[in-house]
Ligand binder design. Structure first.
Ligand SMILES: Nc1nc2c(ncn2[C@@H]2O[C@H](COP(=O)(O)OP(=O)(O)O)[C@@H](O)[C@H]2O)c(=O)[nH]1
Ligand SMILES: [Mg+2]
Length: 376
């Protein structure tokens, strides 16, 4: 008998570490004998995440234009397409501002797709974000914080991420915070950077009961406002330099720091700011996940080429028009005198009110005694 397809949903707020965890989980699931497919999700096309995850040849499907909950069929089509291409485990990353996934994705999947074995729903929480919210230092809008809280309330497992960057004292304090706020939900402490906790997490979710043990009472007005306060900007550019060996890393770093400064001067909370610069032989990824955090840059391979493509994704607490204007002026300053910039695609928006395809008001029980499902 063909074992059912494994489906693992990895949620959590913008910048929590979902995509990095997907990449790490892909390698570890492959080592356990699974053929892995990935699904990314965004309100608009041109995702840095998709480009990053596709780099090592893993099949990635992108569901764009709305969150999974408002395009359930898009998610299922993506999962089916990956299964048709041989995937035995699919890991899917919903948009970081999305919640109520238990009612809108997990219950319908259990109810309608007996051939899919749903893992417990893992929701990631970023240490600094949790710390800021807990200690009232977050500049996130109150309803964006409401979303971040609901995401954790509906989790089957909470993953405290990036623990490699924590002192032991901070780690203990955050563990206590999670135990107090979400007392019934098991917590894993993980680092996708060092691998800490990842095998234990996979052991747990591959053996665990299907996801969606609890349902939320969600105020959709608050949810809609929490999403709408975030401006969304995705763009791709073609860069051409007159120099044989342009310093692409310096330009990208300048752009990231310029934008961080601009967001700081407006006290605008940063969900995330990401860029991916790609040349024929290498790439440079840059990330910023909070106003006060450090810009992370990661270079792979050689960047010595006169042309490059650049993808920029930003989710920042300001109007999409203001965000577009700030990125445009940042791009001009960072590249002036270095290269010509041609815009290939550009989308900016603030997410519309969520209107889920399905919304269950009951927890769907999956019959026990189903066929032996535990092997790949
Ligand atoms: N120190 C550290 N940084 C991490 C880890 N996982 C992710 N990050 C960083 O967090 C930022 C956001 O990660 P990403 O996976 O894109 O988050 P997403 O928005 O939730 O998908 C990036 O700069 C990552 O390099 C980790 O385990 N340790
Ligand atoms: Mg991501």
């Amino acid at each position: 008998m063909t074992p059912p397809l494994r489906l693992l949903l990895v949620g959590g707020f913008l910048g929590a570490g979902k995509t990095t965890l997907l990449a790490a989980a892909t390698r570890r699931l492959a080592a356990r004998g699974f053929t892995v497919g990935l699904v990314t999700n965004d309100q608009a096309a041109d995702l840095v995440d998709t480009a990053l995850l596709s780099r090592d040849g893993t099949p990635v499907e992108e569901v764009t234009g709305s969150c999974f909950c408002c395009n359930y069929d898009g998610l299922l089509d993506a999962v089916r397409s990956l299964a048709d291409r041989g995937a035995t485990a699919v890991v899917a990353e919903p948009v970081g501002s999305c919640t109520d996934l238990s009612a809108t994705i997990l219950q319908p999947t259990k109810d309608r797709h007996a051939d899919v074995r749903l893992a417990p729903f893992s929701v990631l929480v970023e240490p600094d974000r949790l710390d800021e919210i807990e200690n009232d230092r977050s500049v996130l809008h109150v309803n964006a914080r409401y979303i971040a809280d609901l995401q954790l309330q509906e989790a089957d497992r909470i993953l405290l991420t990036k623990v490699d960057a924590l002192t032991p004292a901070k780690r203990t304090a955050l563990r206590d915070t999670l135990a107090r706020r979400y007392p019934k939900i098991p917590v894993h402490e993980v680092s996708a950077a060092t691998g800490e906790g990842l095998e234990a997490w996979l052991d747990d979710v591959l053996a665990g009961a299907p996801g969606g043990a609890r349902l939320l009472d969600v105020n959709y007005d608050r949810y809609a406002e929490g999403e709408a306060v975030l401006g969304w900007f995705n763009a791709s550019y073609r860069l051409t330099s007159p120099d044989a060996r342009p310093d692409w890393a310096a330009c990208s770093s300048a752009l990231m720091h310029d934008l961080q400064e601009a967001f700081r001067s407006e006290s605008a909370a940063v969900g995330h700011l990401k860029l991916l610069l790609t040349t024929a032989e290498g790439s440079l990824a840059a990330n910023l996940t909070s106003l006060s955090g450090a810009v992370q840059l990661r270079r792979d391979g050689a960047l010595d080429a006169r042309t490059a493509t650049l993808v920029v994704n930003a989710r920042v607490q300001m109007s999409p028009e203001r965000l577009s204007a700030l990125v445009a002026s940042g791009m001009a300053r960072a590249h002036a005198g270095h290269c010509e910039v041609a815009v290939s695609t550009q989308h900016s928006l603030s997410p519309g009110r969520p209107n889920p395809t399905h919304r269950y008001d009951r927890v769907v029980a999956v019959p026990t005694g189903a066929p032996a499902l535990l092997s790949a």
